[in-house]
Design a protein. Sequence first.
Length: 237
Amino acid sequence: MHLCYFDENKHGPDKPHFFIGGLLIPDKKALDFENTLNQIAFNFFGARSLIQANEFHGKELFHGKGNAKGRKLEERVQVFQDVATFVTNNQIPVRMVCINVEKHKNKYQYPMPAYRLGLMLILERFSEYLDKADDLGLVFGDYEADEVTGAVVDFSEYKSQGKTPMYFGRPLGRLLDTVYFTQSHHSRFLQVADLLVYMAGRYENNNDVPDRWHEQEVKTAWEKIKASGNVHIQRWP
């Protein structure tokens, strides 16, 4: 069994690319992996408890906001580096979907909403990995009140139809039950998904990264993850 975690970013005129994705965790290693992430959390927060005060958020860590306010820049960057080491050392599969929202809207007369399309595609990518691993999976997402019901209904519909409604649609039979949603502070793995999506959204499709120390260090952490050979980013359209 694999546990599949995803998160997504916000997109707009200044950020035209919608990213959704995350990581797949083999259940036999989940406890060890969780202990590692809790140690990373303890090193930064001084506590392991799954509450909002001890939650990793990419944006807050990078900008020193929220529960990272007042923390030294080096300490905040270290979290990105530690998570990159965690992902690469454990050869954790990372799957991501990148949608150029404006190109998507311009290409199709009746374009599917970005979140709905992105969810369908990331479920396909999780299923694709599980096919190769010959395993089953459960899917967990960050709770978004306005998206949960539609996501669960869509997933159920795809499974009942036998595949996703694309021209080259993929069966989702290896994904069990439903898509489970929870608050991200309740799951270290969802928090890792948040950091992965944040780094992808910040550095993919960006050839003009500022030459500042922390910017380059976090970019290097992302490049380290990509160089692991376990990252696949699907670009749409």
